[in-house]
Ligand binder design. Sequence first.
Ligand SMILES: Nc1nc2c(ncn2[C@@H]2O[C@H](COP(=O)(O)OP(=O)(O)OP(=O)(O)O)[C@@H](O)[C@H]2O)c(=O)[nH]1
Ligand SMILES: [Mg+2]
Length: 368
Amino acid sequence: MRSLIISVDLGSPDYQAHADEFVMLARGAGAVIVATVTARRSRPDAAYFIGSGKADEAVLLAQEHDAEVVLFDQPLSPAQQRNLERKFSLRVVDRVALILDIFALRAQSHEGKLQVELAQLQHLATRLTRMWSHLERQRGGIGMRGPGESQLEMDRRMIGGKVRVLRERLERVQRQRMTQRRSRARGATLSVSLVGYTNAGKSTLFNAMTRADAYTADQLFATLDTTTRRVWVEGAGQITLSDTVGFIRDLPHALIAAFRATLEEAIHADLLLHVVDAASPQRDEQIAEVDKVLAEIGAADVPRVLVYNKIDAVGLEPRVECDAHGTICRVFLSARQRSGLEGLREAIRQFANRSDDNATPFQNLQSE
Ligand SMILES: Nc1nc2c(ncn2[C@@H]2O[C@H](COP(=O)(O)OP(=O)(O)OP(=O)(O)O)[C@@H](O)[C@H]2O)c(=O)[nH]1
Ligand SMILES: [Mg+2]
């Protein structure tokens, strides 16, 4: 789809990286970028986010390049979105809607599809209310009598009903998942989950560790469903390793809520392997972003090891770093080249054989 991108530079030093990430999101949603407009602002404009002069300029560019849709690299308020759509006479998709769209595109499992649909409906529901609320204040005015109100009520009821049905279906699917998890837990095998920013290389590492064939790609949100495999780790015995959905900054709240069950796979793990793209200039921001989401889903206290992946891309050698207690807290490896995996196995082995005394330092790794 021929897309015009509007990118807003609010003066953050990370602006270029944010802009690049948005281009990747756009491509991931199937956009063909025909033109890009960059607006520099100190703060958003209430009506258009960008100034109206800049918006007019963008409209001309969109016409010149035959754009079919406008992709906006910030979350828009319903009013801003509506104003921009009027100006462009085109659909305007903001960052939140774009992420939801990619999730919808990638969802494979029944559960994944239900979760995305629920998130989309909830996102829509918040827009609906806010979209109408300014009109409600003029209740009874010309053009606002009767049908206007009942239309809103109808929309609300319909969405509410759908949300309820989806929730029930999801709960059924999730009960099955719980049962499966419990039967795994009974076997007392150590459960280890790969978590991290999208595109960090979780699935590549999962494949390297399990010799499985999970989908990997240089695109954001390649993985949406949790996959679990049993792996034998010498000295630790049989463990289960799970590959999970990646995180991104400003992950829409509706999505986190809808994907809670999938993400719970991570909460219930004994050990988290937090995979980091060591080659990304945004590495530290991404680590913080992942920590934030983990805290939000209640997984802040699960012991974790930081896995710096893609060291081949920055010319580093495989190695491990230990904390003051001699416990491995960082592993540097290349999942693609399958080098440094032994360091990761060593970390898992240490964890499997930890005594209760050193269980605590493990949990405090992040604060070092
Ligand atoms: N250079 C290099 N690239 C890697 C390495 N590991 C993974 N990649 C590449 O990074 C990209 C993303 O890899 P994935 O394994 O799909 O990443 P992911 O974390 O599962 O991503 P999502 O499922 O989208 O969250 C792919 O193009 C991989 O080939 C590595 O060790 N070195
Ligand atoms: Mg993946």
